[in-house]
Every structure is written in structure tokens, then in C-alpha cells.
Design a protein around this ligand. Structure first.
Ligand SMILES: N[C@@H](CCC(=O)N[C@@H](CS)C(=O)NCC(=O)O)C(=O)O
Length: 195
């Protein structure tokens, strides 16, 4: 299978989840400006939405949307699903929340003139804050890393780099998740420093 990504964008969450799952995969970098792949082909032929991520499966089928791709990966790696009878649905609940209440607000925030960004920025910080107490035991679902942590990590890492005031608990969370070997492997591979 092949993950279509752009370095440090939300596709990093799927990249991390694939590494954590121990699945074999290739990566293909997308130039988000031109929508071209490294070999000159158009990415729009893979994903007509022109957005990353996309995951092309071995039979050629293509999955898009972080929620769907992360859930697909977690279905193949049960250790990435929160424990319990409702674990799979709690994972979907969390992925949907991150996608709609946090992730989606970033492009809206950056599409606005600076003097109109404040209320969207406040909402971003508020929803990160809503999840903050859950990180007390290290991860969104307690002591074990789940596919939702891959997504929240990428969102929080980006928000901190943009100087959103997420607070100490998020700085610790991002540093802790960034230290995971699978995360380091994904970051190196996105920078072209490993295969
Ligand atoms: N709903 C989509 C959103 C994906 C998305 O916004 N991707 C951004 C990078 S984080 C992108 O490809 N932006 C390029 C563009 O807007 O042209 C998902 O969750 O997969």
C-alpha cells in the first residue's frame, strides 16, 4: 500500500499510525501547491479532492479522510484501539471530534484576515483545552497510545509551532509522543532521511 503525504501536514498522523501498526507501506510525497507527485503525475488522479492524506491499498482502491484511514489502520492493529467493548466506537468518536472541532478550524483560521481570526483561534484553544484533562495518564485513552493520539499529536504539534497557547500539559504530551520510535521513524521518512 502507499500513503500520499505532505511533510508535517495531517497525513503525518496516518504515517505514524502505519508505523505504530507495523504494516509495510510505501510513501509518495505530494506537492500541495501544484498537486503533483515526484514523478510528475497529477495527485488529482489519486485523490480528486487534492488533499492529503490518501491511502492506496494493494488492490488499487483509495481511501481518503483522516478519520477513515486512521480507523482502517486501527482495525488492522488492535493495540491502536482503546480497550473495552465500546473501544472502536470511542476511537471513531474521538477521531471525528478532532477532525471537525479542531483540524477543520485551522484552514478556516488561516483563510480569515488577521483581525477576524480571534474567535476561531479561541475555539481552537478551547477544544484542545477540553481534551487536556484526558492526557493526565499520558494519552487520550489512558496509558496506552491509540490511533487518536497520532491525530491529536499532529494537531497539537502544529498548533504549538504556530504559538497557540495550549499550555504545559500539551507541550509535555507532544514531547512525549514525539519520543516514540515509530513517530521518529515517520518524521525521518517524511524528511527523506530513511526508507
Ligand atoms: N477532511 C480532510 C482534510 C484534509 C486536509 O485538510 N488536508 C490538508 C493538509 S492538513 C491539505 O491537503 N491541504 C491542501 C490544500 O488545501 O490544498 C481529512 O481529514 O483528511
Amino acid at each position: 500500500m502507499k500513503l500520499f503525504f505532505a511533510p508535517d501536514f495531517s497525513s503525518l498522523a496516518d504515517h505514524i499510525a502505519l508505523q505504530e501498526a507495523g504494516l509495510a507501506f510505501e510513501v509518495a510525497e505530494v506537492d500541495l501547491e501544484s498537486k503533483q507527485l515526484g514523478d510528475g503525475d497529477s495527485y488529482l488522479a489519486v485523490n480528486p479532492k487534492g488533499l492529503v492524506p490518501a491511502l492506496q491499498l494493494d488492490d488499487g482502491a483509495v481511501l481518503t479522510e483522516n478519520v477513515a484511514i486512521l480507523a482502517w489502520i486501527a482495525d488492522r492493529a488492535p493495540h491502536l484501539v482503546p480497550p473495552g467493548a465500546l473501544g472502536r466506537y470511542q476511537l471513531l468518536e474521538m477521531l471525528s471530534f478532532i477532525a471537525s472541532e479542531i483540524h477543520k478550524r485551522f484552514p478556516i483560521y488561516f483563510s480569515l484576515p488577521e483581525d477576524a481570526q480571534e474567535s476561531v483561534g479561541d475555539d481552537i484553544v478551547r477544544w484542545f483545552g477540553f481534551l487536556g484533562p484526558r492526557l493526565e495518564h499520558g494519552h487520550l485513552f489512558g496509558e496506552t497510545f491509540s490511533a487518536a493520539d497520532a491525530y491529536l499529536f499532529v494537531m497539537a504539534r502544529g498548533a504549538l509551532a504556530m504559538e497557540f497557547p495550549l499550555g504545559e500539559a500539551y507541550r509535555d504530551y507532544v514531547a512525549r509522543i514525539e519520543g516514540r520510535p515509530a513517530v521518529q521513524a515517520a518524521l525521518r521518512r517524511e524528511q527523506g532521511r530513511a526508507q
